[in-house]
Design a protein around this ligand. Structure first.
Ligand code: SF4
Length: 194
């Protein structure tokens, strides 16, 4: 175990999964600071502040606030910039289920149980993807991913915390024309939770 290495963590909190195939599932979120993209519609304040934490400190904090669920979502920012085998092993030591939300630019290390990829470019590096989620605005073309996933979602781009009717209407049209895809709403924003 690498006890010295630290990770830049913006926030750790206990909530429910707000979107995708596991919506409503209680889990602890570890939001890493930093991203390798600068999307204009980014709705996550991941970079304003962070704390340096070891793998042991991260997992102990997750256990302290959400040990009943034993399930963590690694998000960001971009979690693949920092995630490594040390942190995965520390979660697995306590039997935790590990999911990740990545923009797909980098591969996902072995040991992650559930991969959500929300591509912002044509590149999709991870394999064994569980969910592909595309953020879509009115007028955007239908995504044509070059990798397979178990679930496919189109997520209408929000205006900050507010839904955008034009983006929703466009996604509804695309989904009805491509019924292997699903509408992926960010339900946590409707009920005012993180
Ligand atoms: S990839 Fe995600 S976290 Fe990074 S800038 Fe884009 S929306 Fe924000």
């Amino acid at each position: 175990m690498n006890t010295e290495k630290t990770y830049k963590v913006n926030k750790i909190f206990y909530s429910i999964q707000g979107e995708g195939a596991r919506v409503g599932t209680p889990q602890v979120f570890v939001r890493f600071s930093g991203c390798n993209l600068h999307c204009p519609f980014c709705d996550t304040d991941h970079a304003s502040s962070y704390k340096e934490m070891t793998a042991h400190e991260i997992v102990q904090e997750c256990r302290r606030i959400g040990n009943r669920c034993a399930s963590v979502s690694l998000c960001g920012g971009e979690p693949t910039l920092q995630l490594d085998s040390w942190l995965i092993a520390e979660f697995k030591r306590y039997g935790w289920f590990i999911s990740i939300e990545t923009n797909g630019l980098l591969p996902v290390p072995d040991g992650v149980d559930y991969i959500v990829c929300s591509p912002k470019t044509a590149k999709i590096a991870p394999d064994n993807i569980d969910e592909l989620r595309y953020v879509v605005k009115a007028g955007d073309p239908m995504p044509v991913p070059h990798k397979f996933a178990r679930h496919y979602f189109l997520s209408p781009c929000f205006d900050g915390e507010q839904p955008n009717k034009d983006n929703i209407a466009h996604c509804l049209t695309l989904v009805t024309e491509h019924p292997s895809w699903r509408l992926g709403m960010q339900w946590h924003k409707f009920i005012g939770i993180e």
